[in-house]
Design a protein around this ligand. Structure first.
Ligand code: NAD
Length: 258
């Protein structure tokens, strides 16, 4: 059996991932704000390091894979703190522990929103590892109203996909034999989208921005199954990728521009 740390384990994609892994006989340590083995706030540096310490302790020091699903879509800088730093810093802190496994793996959840318009300045601040500056820019955007504030979300996912690509070939990951990838869902039926999809107007808005000609909105298990393959022993050579599991949204919107 393998030991997995799964963030965002209390809901949606993280909960589906944790459940499928457990059903297959794996040891899973869930991390979330509430209702998890490790209750921690990944929006702060203190919360992240406490979560890492407690999760490694519960794992008895042996962690085979980390799957980072925790995320939010608020039009506010906390989205940058959770979606980018709560993933990048969390995975970086766990890399040395992972490296001791015979088949270490790491994966995160990006989004097809990584392709949407974003704030390049904010993306750069995240990739520079400057959380203070990133939160300042994120707040500046939020202060201009929810529409501009929403840029926090696509910016956090663009930065995350770039970080995965850059970091995957670093000594800490490739050098330690750790494949590092992201999945990019389209629209998933979870707590994050429930309210938006509850009205015809909300659904029309979502479907215009995220067209899914193949099979429409997905259940969280669809995303979980890919995360599980990417972090399985079978995946030895796929790394640095953001894999769009989006019912054709990327193929529709980006077309030939790859
Ligand atoms: P969800 O709201 O069902 O689950 C997210 C989980 O993250 C929750 O349990 C929440 O408590 C946890 N979380 C939030 N902030 C946290 C914090 N500060 N510390 C610790 N845990 C925290 O949503 P979901 O749809 O399962 O989202 C999972 C991931 O998928 C997110 O990264 C999201 O951006 C991404 N995503 C979702 C969709 C979608 O349509 N639902 C589409 C693309 C990408």
């Amino acid at each position: 059996t393998r030991t997995y740390i799964v963030t965002g384990s209390a809901s949606g994609i993280g909960a589906a991932t944790a459940n499928l892994l457990k059903e297959a006989g794996n040891n899973v340590i869930g991390v979330d704000l509430r209702n998890a083995d490790v209750e921690a706030d990944l929006s702060t540096p203190e919360g992240r390091s406490a979560a890492v310490d407690r999760a490694v302790e519960l794992a008895g020091g042996n962690v085979d894979a980390v799957i980072a699903c925790a995320g939010i879509s608020a039009p506010a800088p906390i989205t940058v703190a959770v979606n980018f730093f709560g993933v990048a810093d969390f995975l970086t802190a766990l890399a040395p522990t992972l490296a001791k496994s015979s088949a270490p793996r790491a994966a995160a959840v990006s989004s097809m929103a990584s392709l949407q318009p974003n704030s390049p300045e904010l993306v750069e601040a995240m990739l520079a590892g400057n959380e203070e500056e990133a939160l300042r820019i994120g707040k500046e955007l939020a202060d201009q109203g929810p529409q501009t504030g929403y840029l926090n979300y696509p910016s956090s996912k663009r930065a995350l996909s770039r970080w995965v690509r850059r970091e995957s070939i670093s000594p800490a990951f490739a050098g330690a034999g750790i494949p590092l990838n992201a999945v990019a869902p389209g629209t998933v039926l979870s707590a994050m989208t429930r309210e938006l999809l509850a009205t015809p107007e909300g659904r029309a808005m979502v479907d215009e921005n995220v067209p899914m000609p193949l099979n429409g909105h997905s259940e969280p298990e669809v995303i979980a199954r890919l995360l599980i393959w990417l972090t399985s022993e079978e995946n030895t050579h796929t790394t640095g990728q953001t894999i769009y599991t989006d019912g054709g949204a990327d193929a529709t919107l980006r077309g030939d521009d790859i």
